[in-house]
Design a protein around this ligand. Structure first.
Ligand SMILES: Cc1ncc(COP(=O)(O)O)c(C=O)c1O
Length: 396
């Protein structure tokens, strides 16, 4: 196999990866290829390493931005990046820092809603979301994606049905680009959703953490960019965890459009939510301001890997083309592997995929594969999956 087209980006070999102590590889165990949790297998950008080292050699006392009520150290970098990449000009003073996207979701939801309020979210959904919403006493209202001829659809019908359930809804929690399906919402679809939230006076929490990994010809449209009325009711969440492989760094931002939510969040800051570390802030700032050449390399590898995966999906597995990110939502329902195909591939192929039912009942019969890795490792992953399926007695 010729992998020279991807060689611009250094990646780690299986031996290096097997020694890693992060969740992805440590959980997989010896001899098992880790293709589950959403970390990529590329070393972090040099600019990030250098920025962290510089800070570590300097002042690690309390940071001067402890009061971040005017946007803090990432307000300008976030706003500049949004403008440069998406032509959207958010207000840098509306940015607040959190350790991760889940915390930002919970903190803003807690500030914006009351116990019992309904939160609409599309399913299948990334594992912590439904549970997180329920844990703080809000009602998760699942909105199942529909499978159309050309892929996963975010139609208004199931949304209207869910919003009409007893108790009503207060928030739409949107994940775009979507995990696990990799769908990127078109402008027209987002405009439909915008009309829906205006009509029903909903707040929107828009998780855009995969926005930097949208594959051509698709484009990311920030939800808050759809107009001033929408911006005023939208909270945008993002971090460097996905595009820059910085999940262990623990730093995320929320751009909080609604003033009342901003004020309620600020009233709790410093004590209730804790604070991010100065090293984390340096890492994310470096990634956002100087990491794009690295990101360009990653995006090329991911696009190549995605095409490679689709070209040689194991027989009987179906997958709609991921339009963003490094995750593929594999439909294994035709294989007869039961509600959760993950144990079969773990035990028989020595490949650890993410179990579909973890994403809710719509994930039964599915697994999520992570192709954010060296093309050689992806090939090996697919070879192993193929081999395990061929060895099954019912295939002989
Ligand atoms: C859609 C989505 N939101 C949030 C997260 C978590 O991001 P973070 O680690 O920055 O909290 C993930 C991780 O996979 C994700 O896919």
């Amino acid at each position: 196999m010729d992998t020279t087209e991807f060689s611009a980006l250094p990646s780690l070999g299986v031996e290096d990866l097997a020694c890693r102590d992060g969740e992805k590889w440590a959980t997989a165990g010896r001899g098992v290829l880790a293709s589950w949790v959403a970390d990529m297998d590329f070393p972090v950008p040099d600019v990030v390493r250098e920025a962290v080292a510089r800070r570590a050699g300097g002042d690690l006392g309390y940071p001067v931005w402890f009061d971040e009520s005017r946007g803090g150290p990432l307000g300008e970098p976030f706003a500049e990046r949004m403008w440069r990449r998406h032509g959207h000009a958010p207000d840098p003073t509306h940015v607040r820092l959190f350790t991760d996207v889940n915390q930002a979701l919970l903190a803003t939801l807690d500030a914006a809603t009351a116990p019992g309020d309904g939160v609409l979210l599309h399913t299948p959904a990334c594992p912590p979301f439904v549970e997180a919403v329920g844990r703080i006493g809000r009602r998760p209202l699942a909105v199942p994606l529909q499978e159309g001829a050309h892929g996963w659809e975010f139609g208004l019908e199931p949304l209207t049905e869910a919003a009409g359930r007893p108790g009503g809804s207060r928030v739409l929690f949107l994940v775009n680009p979507h995990n696990p399906t990799g769908r990127v919402l078109r402008r027209a679809e987002l405009e439909e959703l915008a009309a829906f939230v205006l009509e029903r006076d909903l707040l929107v929490i828009s998780d855009e953490v995969h926005a930097d990994l949208v594959h051509a010809p698709h484009r990311h449209v920030p939800f808050a960019s759809l107009g001033p009325e929408i911006a005023a009711r939208t909270i945008t969440l993002t971090s460097g965890s996905k595009a820059f492989n910085l999940a262990g760094v623990r730093c995320a931002v929320a751009h909080i459009g609604p003033r009342a939510v901003r004020e309620a969040v600020d009233a709790q800051r410093g004590l209730f939510y804790g604070q991010v570390s100065v090293l984390a802030v340096e890492a994310l700032k470096a990634a956002w301001t100087a990491g794009d050449p690295w990101l360009d390399g990653v995006r090329k590898v991911l696009a190549g890997n995605r095409d490679r995966l689709l070209a040689r999906l194991p027989e009987g597995v179906r997958c709609h083309t991921p339009e963003a990110t490094f995750l593929a939502w594999l439909d294994c329902r035709g294989l007869g592997l039961g509600t959760d195909p993950m144990p079969f591939f773990r035990d028989e192929a020595k490949v650890l995929l993410f179990s579909g039912p973890s994403f809710g009942p719509e994930g039964e019969g599915f697994v999520r594969l992570n192709f954010g890795t060296d093309p050689v490792i992806l090939e090996e992953t697919l070879d192993r999956m193929d081999g395990a399926l061929r060895r099954r007695p019912q295939n002989s």
